[in-house]
Design a protein around this ligand. Sequence first.
Ligand code: DC
Length: 255
Amino acid sequence: MGTGGVKESYHNWNFFCTFVTRNYADTDMEPKKKIIITIDGWSSCGKSTLAKQLARELNYVYIDSGAMYRAITLYFLRNHIDWTSHDAVQKALKKIKLEFESNHKSGHTDMCLNGENVEYVIRDLVIAEKVSEVAAVKEVREFAVAQQQAMGKEKGIVMDGRDIGTTVFPDAELKIFMTADEAIRVQRRFKELFQKNPNITLEEVKANLEMRDYIDSHREVSPLRQAQDAIVLDNSRLTMKQQLEIAKGWVKETP
Ligand code: DC
């Protein structure tokens, strides 16, 4: 294990949550009762940034549901699994163990696949090119959603993704749907990927983003949709600080 931090499977999630929250100082943001906050939206519009900010402010656990789909995609690619075959997918999923490991350096949680910290490798464009296809497979979604729902049992969680407010936690107390202008989203993702791979082009990033948004919003199972009771946050022209202030206001207003 890279970080030597706490590693618990979702079966032991309660222990993990307790451990994480005890390590943070109390803040005046913490609402009286713990709630579930869902953040859905288009690719690269800053969902995870806001989710991490809110989780830190509230002493909540942050879960990046997209990392789970990325880790499954990594397993399928490495093991040459044909994800168009239901049989092959079902067999492969039985061999996949997903865990989140706390990273003391970053203060966040890293994705682990069968005991290996894959947080860095799952952010690669090679994974981004296939993840939406894999995430559209019914069995893959059932596998991931069951684990995500188990993680939210004790509440006190901020989870970001595409179907969190619609399918995973339809009764969540606060649902945010994030969006931003496409050109801005492309620039943000390009900047992030360019640091890892200076050969990457803006066109490649734009094509990948458009393809993922299309597949994610047109798939049969749990397509990306704004939940009816979600509040829209367009952060095209907001700083990170401004978006956090807005979201904190919504948390305070949540009964
Ligand atoms: O948030 P992200 O870009 O890391 O997510 C990667 C992919 O995973 C995204 O293109 C669609 C899929 N995904 C999903 O289908 N449902 C979720 N709840 C989260 C991600």
